[in-house]
Write a protein that binds this ligand. Structure first.
Ligand SMILES: [Zn+2]
Length: 266
């Protein structure tokens, strides 16, 4: 089996497990409206994967293999032991994704690409693949640049991509973890309750908890929020200006970044 088949299999398996868990232990009470949301969210997941395949001649893993073959990048120049190269690669890529996410919320044109993700009116595992293809391409460009500068370890790059994908589905899942488990996990990784705050309709809540995998970047850089004002179960999700059914159509969402705005940050 090649890497694509492996990754697709892991994705489907995790999705099935999370859907079962969401059905058994739901956290949020809103109607998940799967009939309308799932084709759109999975459609964006597919569109992003296709765009990467068709439009990017190089992916982060190809860049890592090239850097190793040609001895390019800091980790090769310093000849660090391979276990350290793996750790540094994982940390660097996770920090990059955190920084990119903060930037997406700060810079007007990047927010236009990112807000489609925030306009989802409910949250579940499918929200973890709801990104605009342009955001996916932008993110891959940044990852490639980082991988080349760093001379990142190829195995760690592949592991990171799988982790990122898996955590994106887990942290968006409508899943009630036992409070004690949530508290313990949160010292290391982002949990569904932690990330749900990031999808609050209120800006001072959705400008918090930017991490994707590790939770410590938010604590370290002062963007951590422990709890929302409203209870988790009834937290109002999404964005105020994208609530009607027309705004939630695939074609409208695809064109959303190019729409004329009165203000850039809504
Ligand atoms: Zn966000």
């Amino acid at each position: 089996m090649n890497a694509t088949v492996w990754r697709a299999s892991i994705f489907v398996l995790l999705l099935v497990l999370l859907v079962l868990a969401e059905w058994r232990w739901p956290r949020h009470q809103a109607d998940p409206d799967r009939r309308h949301r799932w084709p759109v969210n999975l459609g964006f997941g597919l569109a992003g994967a296709l765009c990467l395949r068709l439009l990017m001649p190089w992916l982060a893993i190809d860049a890592a293999l090239w850097a190793r073959q040609n001895d390019v990048g800091l980790l090769h120049a310093w000849t660090v032991p391979s276990w350290l190269a793996v750790v540094v690669t994982l940390l660097a890529l996770d920090l990059l994704i955190y920084a990119q996410h903060r930037l997406m919320h700060r810079v007007g044109w990047l927010w236009r690409l990112h807000r489609l993700h925030h306009s989802d009116l409910a949250l579940d595992a499918s929200s973890g693949v709801r990104f605009h293809p342009l955001e996916i391409l932008f993110s891959m460009g940044l990852k490639i640049a980082t991988v080349v500068v760093l001379g990142a370890a190829p195995a760690a790059v592949l592991a990171f991509e799988i982790l990122l994908n898996g955590f994106a589905m887990f942290t968006h899942a409508n899943l009630a973890l036992p409070p004690r488990l949530d508290r313990i996990l949160r010292w290391m990784v982002v949990t569904p309750d932690m990330h749900r705050i990031h999808h609050s309709v209120l800006r001072d809540e959705h400008d918090r908890n930017f991490g994707f995998n590790a939770s410590w970047w938010d604590r370290l850089f002062g963007s951590y929020r422990e709890a929302p004002r409203q209870p988790q179960a009834t937290l109002r999700l999404g964005l105020d200006r994208f609530r009607d059914s027309r705004e939630q159509r695939f074609d409208q969402l695809l064109l959303q970044p190019f729409r004329r705005e009165k203000t850039s940050r809504q």
